[in-house]
Design a protein around this ligand. Structure first.
Ligand code: ADP
Ligand code: MG
Length: 195
C-alpha cells in the first residue's frame, strides 16, 4: 500500500540505484542506442533528490505528480517523457484509488499512450507488463523482476532508437527495461509492495 512516506522512500532508493548504475545503463544503451540512458536517468535522479528535499508534497497525488513533472523536464531522451507520463498518469488515478496494481496499470497506460509500444518490442513496456501481472496476483519477486529484464535480450527492437538496428538489436538487454527493474526492486524494498 502506498503512503507519502514509503513512496518517498521508494524514490530515494530508486534514485540511489540509478546513480550507482549510471555507467552500466549507458553501457547497455551504447550497444543498441546512443549510450545516454544512464546519464539521462542519473540526471533525473539528482533532480528528483533535490525536489524531494526542497518541496514537501503532503499527499500521494501531489507527490506522484511532482515526480512525473521532474522526470519529464530533467531526464530528456525518449525515456524522460515515458517515465514522466507514467508518474503523471499514476498521480491522476491516485486521487481515486491507491491500490498499487491500479496505479501501476495507469502508469503503463501512460507509457503506452505516449510511446505506442506493445509487448515484445524490446522496451521498458516488456518489464512493466509481467510485473503488473504479478502485483495483481500478489506474486511479485526479485527473481521475476530480473528474469523479465533478461527476456528482453532475445527480442528484436521495433520501437525506439534500438529499432534502427533491426536484427542486430537481438542479444542485448534493453536499457529502459533495466532501469524499470530498479524501480520495481526498490518498490519491494521500500515496502510499497506488500503481499
Ligand atoms: P533515447 O532513446 O532517446 O536515447 P534513452 O536512452 O534515455 O532515450 O531511453 C531508451 C529507452 O527508452 C529504451 O531502452 C526503451 O526501454 C525506452 N523506449 C524507447 N522508445 C520507447 C517506446 N516507444 N515505448 C516504450 N519505451 C521506449
Ligand atoms: Mg539513449
Amino acid at each position: 500500500m502506498l503512503s507519502v512516506e514509503n513512496t518517498k522512500q521508494w524514490l530515494t532508493l530508486f534514485t540511489a540505484l540509478l546513480i550507482e548504475n549510471k555507467a552500466y545503463l549507458s553501457e547497455l544503451d551504447t550497444a543498441i542506442g546512443d549510450g545516454d540512458h544512464g546519464n539521462n536517468m542519473a540526471r533525473g535522479a539528482t533532480a528528483l533528490n533535490e525536489v524531494l528535499e526542497s518541496k514537501n508534497p503532503e499527499d500521494i497525488p501531489s507527490l506522484l505528480k511532482l515526480i512525473g513533472m521532474t522526470l519529464v523536464s530533467k531526464v530528456g531522451g525518449a525515456s524522460g517523457p515515458l517515465y514522466g507520463s507514467a508518474f503523471i498518469s499514476m498521480a491522476k488515478v491516485s486521487q481515486e484509488n491507491t491500490d498499487l496494481s491500479v496505479l501501476l496499470q495507469a502508469g503503463l497506460d501512460g507509457i503506452q499512450k505516449r510511446g505506442n509500444a506493445t509487448a515484445g518490442e524490446k522496451t521498458m513496456v516488456d518489464e512493466w507488463i509481467p510485473i503488473i501481472q504479478a502485483v495483481k496476483e500478489k506474486k511479485l519477486t526479485i527473481e521475476l523482476i530480473e528474469e523479465s529484464v533478461q527476456k528482453t535480450k532475445n527480442m528484436k527492437a521495433t520501437k525506439g532508437r534500438a529499432s534502427y538496428l533491426g536484427d542486430r538489436s537481438i542479444g542485448h538487454i534493453d536499457p529502459g527495461a533495466m532501469s524499470s527493474s530498479y524501480l520495481f526492486k526498490t518498490m519491494i524494498e521500500a515496502g510499497v509492495y506488500d503481499e
